[in-house]
Design a protein around this ligand. Structure first.
Ligand SMILES: NC(=O)c1ccc[n+]([C@@H]2O[C@H](COP(=O)([O-])OP(=O)(O)OC[C@H]3O[C@@H](n4cnc5c(N)ncnc54)[C@H](OP(=O)(O)O)[C@@H]3O)[C@@H](O)[C@H]2O)c1
Length: 257
C-alpha cells in the first residue's frame, strides 16, 4: 500500500473502498470482502444510510479498528454548529467507533456560514473525535473561503475525478496548499468501461481498464475510492503498486477529457 500524508501526520491509504449505493447485507458483505482481500480504508457518509452495515462488515472481517482508515461526511443540511456536532456523534454511534480518521463536509451550502461549520469541525478535532478534517465537492473558490475562515488545516478535498472529468487546476491548487485530493467515481459510476481508447490502452498493458484509470490517478498522487461488490474486482482494484504507466500513456489519458 502507498500512503498520502495528512496534516495531522496520519497516513491515508491511497486506495480505499467506496460504499455509495451499497445498502443492507450487500454493504455489509462488500465491506467484509474488501477487508479480507487487504483494503484498510473505507469511505462512507451519513447520507449513504449504510454506516451501521459498514460497522457490521468491519466486525465480520475481524480486522481491528486501529488498522482501518475510516472517512465519513456530514450532510449539507447539518452544517450549523450544533447540527454538525450531533451528526458526528450519530455517525460514531452507527459506525461503532469513538473516532473517525477523516470527517468531511459532503457538499458546500451557501446558506450556512462556513465559519460555523469549521468551528464545529475544529471542536471535534480538539475533542479527539476526528483525526483530520476536510471537504468534498469544494471548488478553488470554496477552498479559498474555507481557508479564510479557519485556522484548522483542511487535509482533503474529495471530488469527482476521472478521465472525462479531470480538474487539474484544482489538483494544482490543492498540492500548493497541502490538501490531498481524493477521486470519487473514478469509473464515472461505470460509464467509462465502454471507452474504446481506454480499452485499447488496457489491452496493450495486459491490465484491466479499471486498473489503468486507478493507476493514472495514483501516479498523480490522488487517493482513489472505487466501489465494488465483486471480490475479483476488489482484488484487481488493489493490485496497483508494482507496475507503472508510461508518460505517453498518461498523456493519452489526460487528453480524454
Ligand atoms: N463525495 C461525494 O459527493 C461522492 C459522490 C459519489 C461517490 N463518492 C464516493 O466514491 C465512491 C466511488 O464512486 P461511485 O460509487 O460513484 O462509482 P465508481 O467507483 O466510479 O464505479 C462503481 C462501478 O464500477 C464497477 N467496478 C468496480 N471495479 C470494477 C472492475 N475492476 N472491473 C469492472 N467493473 C468494476 C462496480 O461494479 P461491481 O460492483 O460489479 O464491481 C460499480 O458498478 C462511492 O462509492 C463513494 O464512496 C463520493
Amino acid at each position: 500500500m502507498q500512503y498520502a500524508k495528512l496534516n495531522s501526520g496520519a497516513n491515508m491509504p491511497m486506495v480505499g473502498i467506496g460504499t455509495w449505493t451499497l445498502k443492507g447485507d450487500k454493504c455489509r458483505e462488500s465491506v467484509r470482502k474488501a477487508l479480507e482481500v487487504g483494503y484498510i480504508h473505507i469511505d462512507t457518509a451519513e447520507a449513504y444510510d449504510n454506516q451501521e452495515q459498514v460497522a457490521l462488515g468491519i466486525k465480520d472481517s475481524g480486522v481491528e479498528r486501529d488498522k482501518i482508515f475510516i472517512t465519513s461526511k456530514v450532510w449539507k443540511t447539518n452544517l450549523r454548529y450544533d447540527d454538525t456536532l450531533e451528526a458526528c456523534d450519530n455517525t460514531l454511534k452507527e459506525l461503532q467507533t469513538d473516532y473517525l480518521d477523516l470527517y468531511l463536509i459532503h457538499w458546500p451550502n451557501d446558506e450556512i456560514p462556513m465559519k460555523e461549520t469549521f468551528r464545529a469541525l475544529t471542536k471535534l478535532k480538539d475533542d479527539g473525535k476526528v483525526k483530520d478534517i476536510g471537504v468534498s465537492n469544494f471548488t478553488i473558490q470554496h477552498l479559498e473561503e474555507a481557508m479564510s475562515v479557519t485556522e484548522t488545516a483542511i487535509s482533503v478535498d474529495q471530488v469527482k475525478y476521472h478521465p472525462y472529468d479531470n480538474p487539474n487546476d484544482l489538483l494544482e491548487y490543492c498540492n500548493e496548499n497541502n490538501i490531498v485530493v481524493t477521486a470519487y467515481s473514478p469509473f464515472g459510476k461505470g460509464d467509462l468501461f465502454s471507452d474504446e481508447e481506454l480499452n485499447k490502452i488496457a489491452e496493450s498493458h495486459d491490465k484491466s481498464l479499471a486498473q489503468i484509470i486507478l493507476k493514472w490517478l495514483i501516479q498523480k498522487d490522488i487517493v482513489v475510492i472505487p466501489r465494488s461488490s465483486s471480490k475479483d474486482h476488489l482484488k484487481a482494484n488493489l493490485d496497483l503498486f508494482d507496475w507503472e504507466i508510461s508518460d505517453d500513456v498518461v498523456q493519452k489519458l489526460e487528453n480524454l477529457t
